[in-house]
Design a binder for this molecule. Sequence first.
Ligand code: SF4
Length: 335
Amino acid sequence: MKPFSPQQVFFEPDAFEYPLGKKLSKYFLSTGVPVIKLKNNRVPTLHKDDPQRRFLEGKKTLVIGVKQSFRFESCRPSADYQFPLVTGCPGLCQYCYLQTRMAESPYIRMYVNIDAILDSVAKQIEKKPDLTTFEISSTSDPLYTEHLSGAVAKTIEFFGNQPQGRLRLVTKTDLVDSLLDLNHNQHTRFRFSLNTKNLIQKLEANTANLSKRLTAASKIAKANYPLGFIIAPVYLYPNWQDEYLALLEEVQKQNFTSLSFEIISHRFTNKAREVILERFPHTILDLDTDKRQPKYGPYGHIKHMYSKDELKEIRDFFNTHINRLFPEAIIEYSI
Ligand code: SF4
C-alpha cells in the first residue's frame, strides 16, 4: 500500500525550531502541497457545516506539531502506558475508536520533538524497578507517516537500549520495510491487527489487505521481532465462525514460530453510533443498542457490548482454535 500523502499541511509555529520540522517544511514546499503556517497551535475547523466533508478532508490533512504534555496515560490491558508519536490516522476503518476520540478534529498530527518525548519515556521507565511496557498505537496507526518522520524507527532503537523498557505497536498496514534492519534487541512487540477478509474489505478502507498484512508479518518475524496478532474487533455476523476460522488458518499457513494473540470484541458508545452513522450512512455495521448489553463505565459512560453468552462464545471459539492451531502461542487477553 502507499504511505500517507497529505493534501494540505499545517505547521504549528514552534515546529520550525526542530530539525525535523524544518526538514518537513522544505520537503512539502518542494512538492507543491499547500503548506499553511499557523499563528498558534489551533487548527481551524474544516467545513463546520458539513461533518462528512470535514471528516474526509481531515483524514488527508497533516499537522506538524510539538508535543507539549508528557503525562503517561494507562493503556490496560495492552501495556502499562501509552504515548503518541502521531495522533489521528489516514485509515478509514468504520469501527475505529478514533471515530469518537477525534470526532471533531480527524486530522493527523505528527510530533517533531521526538527526543523530548523519548527523554520523558526514559524518566518514566526509571520510576519502576521492573519492566515497563509502552504502547504507541493508541491514538493512531503510526506507520502511515513513518516515511516522513522516521519516528517509529527512532523509538524502536531507543527501546532496544532500554533494559527495563518494552515497546508495543499495532498496524493495519504493510509499511514495515524501513524497520527491518534496526537494532530492536527484541524489545518491541510488533502486532498486526487482523479481521476476516469480508470485514476488511467492507469496513477497513485505506488499509493493507489481509495477504499484504501477513506478508509484512513474515518480514517482521524474519527480522526477529516478537510478533503478535490482534483480532479486532470480533464482530458477529452470519457465518462469523467459518470466516474467523479461515482467518486463523490463513495465519497458520505462514508457520510463525512464536506468537501472541489479543482478542477484542466489538463494542460501541452512543457517541460512536451517532458519528459512524453520520459518516458512513450505508454501513453494514449493526449498531442496534437493543441487541447489545450495556456496560456502565465511570461518569455514566455506556458501552454497548455483546451479551455475556456471546462474549463467552467468542472467548471459547478463539481459545479452542488458537490452542489447536498455534499450540505455542500465548493469548494475552480476550475481552
Ligand atoms: S488503521 Fe487503526 S487507527 Fe487507523 S483508522 Fe483503522 S483502526 Fe483506526
